[in-house]
Design a protein around this ligand. Structure first.
Ligand code: PEP
Ligand code: MN
Length: 340
Protein backbone atom coordinates (compact mmCIF):
# COMPACT_ATOMS: atom_id res chain seq x y z
CA UNK A 1 0.00 0.00 0.00
CA UNK A 2 1.06 3.60 -0.53
CA UNK A 3 0.02 6.27 1.96
CA UNK A 4 -0.06 9.70 0.33
CA UNK A 5 0.30 12.46 2.91
CA UNK A 6 -1.41 15.82 2.45
CA UNK A 7 0.58 18.69 1.01
CA UNK A 8 2.17 20.32 4.06
CA UNK A 9 1.48 17.43 6.48
CA UNK A 10 3.33 18.03 9.76
CA UNK A 11 6.40 16.02 10.71
CA UNK A 12 4.54 14.59 13.70
CA UNK A 13 1.68 13.41 11.48
CA UNK A 14 4.13 11.63 9.17
CA UNK A 15 5.83 10.00 12.14
CA UNK A 16 2.50 8.86 13.55
CA UNK A 17 1.62 7.19 10.24
CA UNK A 18 5.01 5.46 10.10
CA UNK A 19 4.51 4.20 13.65
CA UNK A 20 1.05 2.91 12.82
CA UNK A 21 2.30 1.11 9.69
CA UNK A 22 5.01 -0.55 11.77
CA UNK A 23 2.63 -1.44 14.59
CA UNK A 24 0.48 -3.26 12.02
CA UNK A 25 3.51 -5.40 11.17
CA UNK A 26 4.54 -3.65 7.94
CA UNK A 27 7.77 -1.98 6.94
CA UNK A 28 7.45 1.75 6.26
CA UNK A 29 9.42 3.30 3.37
CA UNK A 30 8.91 7.07 3.44
CA UNK A 31 9.82 9.15 0.39
CA UNK A 32 10.01 12.85 1.13
CA UNK A 33 9.26 14.78 -2.07
CA UNK A 34 9.40 18.55 -2.53
CA UNK A 35 5.62 18.93 -2.22
CA UNK A 36 4.54 15.95 -0.19
CA UNK A 37 5.58 12.74 1.47
CA UNK A 38 4.46 9.30 0.37
CA UNK A 39 5.01 6.25 2.56
CA UNK A 40 5.18 2.73 1.20
CA UNK A 41 3.90 -0.01 3.49
CA UNK A 42 5.47 -3.34 2.65
CA UNK A 43 4.60 -6.64 4.22
CA UNK A 44 2.25 -9.58 4.25
CA UNK A 45 -0.51 -8.92 1.72
CA UNK A 46 -3.08 -10.52 4.04
CA UNK A 47 -2.84 -7.58 6.45
CA UNK A 48 -3.78 -5.04 3.79
CA UNK A 49 -7.29 -4.38 5.14
CA UNK A 50 -5.89 -3.07 8.44
CA UNK A 51 -3.79 -0.50 6.57
CA UNK A 52 -6.90 1.02 5.09
CA UNK A 53 -7.70 2.47 8.58
CA UNK A 54 -4.76 4.83 8.13
CA UNK A 55 -6.91 6.81 5.71
CA UNK A 56 -8.64 8.28 8.78
CA UNK A 57 -5.43 9.58 10.38
CA UNK A 58 -4.56 13.28 10.51
CA UNK A 59 -2.53 14.56 7.56
CA UNK A 60 -3.32 11.58 5.32
CA UNK A 61 -4.72 12.29 1.88
CA UNK A 62 -5.23 8.76 0.60
CA UNK A 63 -4.21 5.13 0.93
CA UNK A 64 -3.79 3.30 -2.35
CA UNK A 65 -2.77 -0.21 -3.28
CA UNK A 66 0.57 -0.66 -5.00
CA UNK A 67 -0.52 -1.72 -8.43
CA UNK A 68 2.37 -3.97 -9.37
CA UNK A 69 3.46 -7.01 -7.39
CA UNK A 70 7.07 -5.86 -7.27
CA UNK A 71 7.20 -3.14 -4.67
CA UNK A 72 10.88 -2.46 -4.02
CA UNK A 73 11.90 -3.08 -7.65
CA UNK A 74 9.12 -0.88 -9.03
CA UNK A 75 8.94 2.85 -9.56
CA UNK A 76 5.75 3.40 -7.57
CA UNK A 77 7.67 3.77 -4.32
CA UNK A 78 10.73 5.42 -5.68
CA UNK A 79 11.66 8.49 -7.63
CA UNK A 80 14.50 8.37 -10.15
CA UNK A 81 16.81 5.57 -11.20
CA UNK A 82 19.07 3.48 -8.97
CA UNK A 83 22.77 3.99 -9.35
CA UNK A 84 25.02 1.22 -8.21
CA UNK A 85 28.59 1.98 -7.23
CA UNK A 86 31.10 -0.76 -7.87
CA UNK A 87 34.82 -0.20 -7.36
CA UNK A 88 34.75 3.41 -8.53
CA UNK A 89 32.26 2.79 -11.37
CA UNK A 90 28.61 3.75 -11.35
CA UNK A 91 26.12 1.44 -13.06
CA UNK A 92 22.89 3.16 -14.05
CA UNK A 93 24.23 6.72 -14.12
CA UNK A 94 25.37 8.60 -17.22
CA UNK A 95 28.17 6.21 -17.99
CA UNK A 96 27.78 2.99 -19.94
CA UNK A 97 29.42 0.03 -18.20
CA UNK A 98 31.11 -2.71 -20.20
CA UNK A 99 31.81 -6.07 -18.59
CA UNK A 100 33.89 -8.46 -20.71
CA UNK A 101 35.78 -11.71 -20.39
CA UNK A 102 35.63 -15.42 -21.03
CA UNK A 103 32.61 -17.61 -20.37
CA UNK A 104 34.67 -19.83 -18.02
CA UNK A 105 37.87 -19.28 -16.15
CA UNK A 106 40.15 -21.80 -17.85
CA UNK A 107 43.87 -21.34 -17.18
CA UNK A 108 45.92 -18.55 -15.62
CA UNK A 109 47.48 -17.78 -18.99
CA UNK A 110 44.27 -17.67 -21.02
CA UNK A 111 42.40 -15.64 -18.40
CA UNK A 112 45.26 -13.18 -18.12
CA UNK A 113 45.57 -12.82 -21.92
CA UNK A 114 41.86 -12.04 -22.28
CA UNK A 115 41.79 -9.80 -19.19
CA UNK A 116 44.70 -7.71 -20.48
CA UNK A 117 43.06 -7.40 -23.88
CA UNK A 118 39.64 -6.29 -22.61
CA UNK A 119 41.26 -3.83 -20.21
CA UNK A 120 43.30 -2.34 -23.05
CA UNK A 121 40.12 -1.89 -25.12
CA UNK A 122 38.45 -0.01 -22.25
CA UNK A 123 36.23 -2.58 -20.51
CA UNK A 124 35.48 -1.57 -16.92
CA UNK A 125 34.97 -5.03 -15.44
CA UNK A 126 36.11 -8.60 -16.00
CA UNK A 127 33.68 -11.51 -16.19
CA UNK A 128 34.47 -15.22 -15.92
CA UNK A 129 32.73 -18.22 -14.41
CA UNK A 130 34.42 -20.32 -11.77
CA UNK A 131 31.16 -22.21 -11.12
CA UNK A 132 29.50 -23.07 -14.42
CA UNK A 133 25.86 -24.07 -14.91
CA UNK A 134 26.18 -26.59 -17.75
CA UNK A 135 23.39 -28.43 -19.51
CA UNK A 136 25.40 -31.65 -19.39
CA UNK A 137 26.92 -32.98 -16.17
CA UNK A 138 29.82 -34.24 -18.31
CA UNK A 139 30.79 -30.74 -19.49
CA UNK A 140 33.43 -28.65 -17.71
CA UNK A 141 31.85 -27.41 -14.48
CA UNK A 142 34.40 -24.72 -13.62
CA UNK A 143 37.52 -24.63 -11.44
CA UNK A 144 35.51 -23.42 -8.42
CA UNK A 145 37.73 -21.87 -5.73
CA UNK A 146 40.83 -22.26 -7.94
CA UNK A 147 38.98 -20.27 -10.60
CA UNK A 148 38.14 -17.54 -8.08
CA UNK A 149 41.85 -17.29 -7.26
CA UNK A 150 42.69 -16.92 -10.95
CA UNK A 151 40.15 -14.11 -11.19
CA UNK A 152 41.77 -12.44 -8.18
CA UNK A 153 45.17 -12.61 -9.90
CA UNK A 154 43.72 -11.09 -13.08
CA UNK A 155 42.15 -8.32 -11.01
CA UNK A 156 45.47 -7.60 -9.29
CA UNK A 157 47.19 -7.27 -12.64
CA UNK A 158 44.57 -5.33 -14.62
CA UNK A 159 42.71 -3.49 -11.85
CA UNK A 160 39.39 -4.71 -13.29
CA UNK A 161 36.71 -5.61 -10.73
CA UNK A 162 35.27 -9.11 -11.03
CA UNK A 163 31.81 -10.34 -12.03
CA UNK A 164 31.38 -14.05 -11.35
CA UNK A 165 28.52 -16.48 -10.93
CA UNK A 166 27.16 -17.78 -7.63
CA UNK A 167 25.30 -21.06 -8.14
CA UNK A 168 24.87 -22.43 -4.65
CA UNK A 169 23.86 -20.59 -1.46
CA UNK A 170 26.48 -22.66 0.41
CA UNK A 171 29.24 -20.94 -1.58
CA UNK A 172 27.99 -17.40 -1.05
CA UNK A 173 30.54 -16.43 1.59
CA UNK A 174 33.43 -17.81 -0.44
CA UNK A 175 32.38 -16.22 -3.74
CA UNK A 176 31.83 -12.89 -1.95
CA UNK A 177 35.49 -12.91 -0.91
CA UNK A 178 36.48 -12.62 -4.59
CA UNK A 179 33.55 -11.13 -6.48
CA UNK A 180 32.86 -7.43 -6.85
CA UNK A 181 29.49 -8.36 -8.39
CA UNK A 182 27.68 -11.67 -7.83
CA UNK A 183 26.09 -13.03 -10.97
CA UNK A 184 22.90 -15.05 -10.69
CA UNK A 185 22.57 -17.04 -13.91
CA UNK A 186 19.49 -17.47 -16.07
CA UNK A 187 18.93 -21.02 -14.84
CA UNK A 188 18.88 -19.86 -11.23
CA UNK A 189 16.69 -16.80 -11.64
CA UNK A 190 13.97 -18.46 -9.60
CA UNK A 191 16.21 -20.27 -7.13
CA UNK A 192 14.64 -18.40 -4.27
CA UNK A 193 17.05 -19.60 -1.59
CA UNK A 194 19.96 -18.44 -3.71
CA UNK A 195 18.30 -15.07 -4.30
CA UNK A 196 17.70 -14.61 -0.58
CA UNK A 197 21.30 -15.53 0.23
CA UNK A 198 22.59 -13.03 -2.35
CA UNK A 199 20.15 -10.53 -0.85
CA UNK A 200 21.78 -10.98 2.56
CA UNK A 201 25.26 -10.37 1.13
CA UNK A 202 26.85 -6.97 0.78
CA UNK A 203 27.76 -7.41 -2.89
CA UNK A 204 25.84 -5.97 -5.84
CA UNK A 205 23.97 -8.69 -7.72
CA UNK A 206 23.71 -9.06 -11.49
CA UNK A 207 20.44 -10.90 -12.01
CA UNK A 208 20.11 -12.55 -15.40
CA UNK A 209 16.66 -13.04 -16.87
CA UNK A 210 15.48 -16.66 -16.80
CA UNK A 211 15.40 -18.58 -20.05
CA UNK A 212 11.60 -18.46 -20.19
CA UNK A 213 10.83 -15.78 -17.62
CA UNK A 214 8.31 -13.01 -18.10
CA UNK A 215 9.42 -9.51 -17.17
CA UNK A 216 7.20 -9.64 -14.07
CA UNK A 217 8.78 -12.91 -12.93
CA UNK A 218 12.21 -11.37 -13.45
CA UNK A 219 11.32 -8.31 -11.38
CA UNK A 220 9.80 -10.53 -8.68
CA UNK A 221 13.13 -12.40 -8.56
CA UNK A 222 14.82 -9.01 -8.05
CA UNK A 223 12.27 -8.37 -5.30
CA UNK A 224 13.59 -11.40 -3.39
CA UNK A 225 17.09 -9.89 -3.34
CA UNK A 226 15.87 -6.39 -2.49
CA UNK A 227 13.53 -7.57 0.26
CA UNK A 228 16.37 -9.52 1.85
CA UNK A 229 18.10 -6.18 2.39
CA UNK A 230 20.38 -5.75 -0.64
CA UNK A 231 19.43 -2.64 -2.64
CA UNK A 232 22.06 -3.19 -5.33
CA UNK A 233 20.51 -5.24 -8.09
CA UNK A 234 21.48 -4.95 -11.76
CA UNK A 235 19.19 -6.69 -14.24
CA UNK A 236 20.66 -8.46 -17.26
CA UNK A 237 18.65 -9.36 -20.37
CA UNK A 238 20.37 -12.34 -22.04
CA UNK A 239 17.78 -13.59 -24.51
CA UNK A 240 14.76 -15.82 -23.95
CA UNK A 241 13.61 -19.12 -25.44
CA UNK A 242 11.20 -18.64 -28.35
CA UNK A 243 10.31 -20.70 -31.43
CA UNK A 244 13.29 -19.24 -33.33
CA UNK A 245 16.36 -21.42 -33.68
CA UNK A 246 18.65 -19.26 -35.79
CA UNK A 247 20.04 -17.57 -32.70
CA UNK A 248 20.66 -19.37 -29.40
CA UNK A 249 17.97 -17.29 -27.75
CA UNK A 250 15.84 -14.33 -28.81
CA UNK A 251 17.26 -11.06 -27.57
CA UNK A 252 14.33 -9.16 -26.08
CA UNK A 253 15.29 -5.54 -26.41
CA UNK A 254 11.69 -4.53 -25.80
CA UNK A 255 12.28 -5.77 -22.25
CA UNK A 256 14.87 -3.04 -21.75
CA UNK A 257 12.26 -0.38 -22.46
CA UNK A 258 9.62 -2.10 -20.31
CA UNK A 259 11.98 -2.57 -17.37
CA UNK A 260 13.08 1.06 -17.61
CA UNK A 261 9.46 2.12 -17.48
CA UNK A 262 8.40 0.04 -14.49
CA UNK A 263 11.62 -0.36 -12.50
CA UNK A 264 14.32 1.96 -11.20
CA UNK A 265 16.95 -0.80 -11.42
CA UNK A 266 19.72 -0.57 -14.01
CA UNK A 267 19.53 -3.05 -16.87
CA UNK A 268 22.39 -4.31 -18.96
CA UNK A 269 22.36 -6.63 -21.98
CA UNK A 270 24.35 -9.81 -22.60
CA UNK A 271 24.43 -10.09 -26.39
CA UNK A 272 26.59 -13.24 -26.31
CA UNK A 273 24.18 -15.72 -24.71
CA UNK A 274 21.34 -14.26 -26.78
CA UNK A 275 23.25 -14.70 -30.04
CA UNK A 276 25.11 -17.96 -29.46
CA UNK A 277 27.20 -16.92 -32.47
CA UNK A 278 29.84 -14.19 -32.53
CA UNK A 279 28.59 -12.90 -35.90
CA UNK A 280 25.60 -11.25 -34.20
CA UNK A 281 27.30 -9.93 -31.10
CA UNK A 282 28.32 -6.55 -32.52
CA UNK A 283 24.85 -5.83 -33.96
CA UNK A 284 23.08 -6.94 -30.79
CA UNK A 285 25.43 -4.77 -28.72
CA UNK A 286 24.85 -1.66 -30.79
CA UNK A 287 21.10 -2.22 -30.66
CA UNK A 288 21.17 -2.72 -26.89
CA UNK A 289 22.86 0.63 -26.32
CA UNK A 290 20.40 2.31 -28.66
CA UNK A 291 17.52 0.69 -26.73
CA UNK A 292 18.65 2.36 -23.51
CA UNK A 293 20.66 -0.38 -21.78
CA UNK A 294 23.01 0.82 -19.04
CA UNK A 295 25.79 -1.46 -20.21
CA UNK A 296 26.82 -4.71 -21.83
CA UNK A 297 28.27 -8.00 -20.68
CA UNK A 298 30.19 -9.55 -23.57
CA UNK A 299 32.02 -12.86 -23.79
CA UNK A 300 35.55 -12.36 -25.10
CA UNK A 301 38.19 -15.07 -25.50
CA UNK A 302 41.74 -14.68 -26.72
CA UNK A 303 41.37 -17.96 -28.68
CA UNK A 304 37.65 -18.77 -29.17
CA UNK A 305 38.34 -21.88 -31.26
CA UNK A 306 39.88 -23.47 -28.19
CA UNK A 307 37.56 -22.09 -25.51
CA UNK A 308 36.31 -24.60 -22.93
CA UNK A 309 32.77 -23.20 -23.14
CA UNK A 310 30.81 -20.84 -25.41
CA UNK A 311 33.64 -20.34 -27.93
CA UNK A 312 31.21 -19.91 -30.83
CA UNK A 313 29.73 -16.78 -29.30
CA UNK A 314 32.96 -15.31 -27.93
CA UNK A 315 34.58 -12.33 -29.62
CA UNK A 316 38.28 -12.33 -30.36
CA UNK A 317 40.00 -9.36 -28.68
CA UNK A 318 40.40 -7.52 -32.02
CA UNK A 319 36.65 -7.75 -32.66
CA UNK A 320 35.90 -6.64 -29.11
CA UNK A 321 38.18 -3.66 -29.62
CA UNK A 322 36.31 -2.77 -32.81
CA UNK A 323 33.00 -3.10 -30.93
CA UNK A 324 34.20 -0.72 -28.20
CA UNK A 325 34.94 1.87 -30.89
CA UNK A 326 31.71 1.24 -32.80
CA UNK A 327 29.43 1.82 -29.84
CA UNK A 328 30.93 5.17 -28.86
CA UNK A 329 28.89 7.33 -31.26
CA UNK A 330 25.72 5.40 -30.32
CA UNK A 331 26.41 6.02 -26.63
CA UNK A 332 26.73 9.73 -27.36
CA UNK A 333 23.61 9.73 -29.55
CA UNK A 334 21.49 8.42 -26.64
CA UNK A 335 22.94 11.04 -24.30
CA UNK A 336 25.21 8.72 -22.33
CA UNK A 337 28.97 8.67 -21.76
CA UNK A 338 31.77 6.28 -22.72
CA UNK A 339 34.78 6.52 -20.45
CA UNK A 340 37.25 4.75 -22.76
C1 PEP B 1 27.20 -17.02 -18.41
O1 PEP B 1 27.11 -15.80 -18.22
O2 PEP B 1 28.26 -17.59 -18.70
C2 PEP B 1 25.97 -17.83 -18.36
C3 PEP B 1 25.99 -19.11 -18.03
O3 PEP B 1 24.89 -17.14 -18.70
P1 PEP B 1 23.32 -17.47 -18.58
O4 PEP B 1 23.06 -17.76 -17.15
O5 PEP B 1 22.67 -16.23 -19.10
O6 PEP B 1 23.06 -18.66 -19.49
MN1 MN C 1 28.79 -18.45 -21.33
Amino acid sequence: MIVVMENGAAKGQIEAVIERIESLGFEAHPIHGVERTVIGAIGDERGKAALQQIEGMAGVESVMPILRPYKLAGRELREGASRIEVAGHCIGGDEITIIAGPCSVETDESLMATARAVAASGAQMLRGGAYKPRTSPYSFQGHREEGLKMLEAAKQETGLPIVTELMDPRNCELVCQYADILQIGARNMQNFQLLTEAGKSNKPVLLKRGIAATITEWLMAAEYILSAGNPNVILCERGIRTFGTETRNTLDLGAVAVVKRYSHLPVIVDPSHAAGDYHYVETFSRSAIAAGADGLMVEVHHDPANAWSDGAQSLRPDKFDRLMKQIKPIIEAVGRKATW
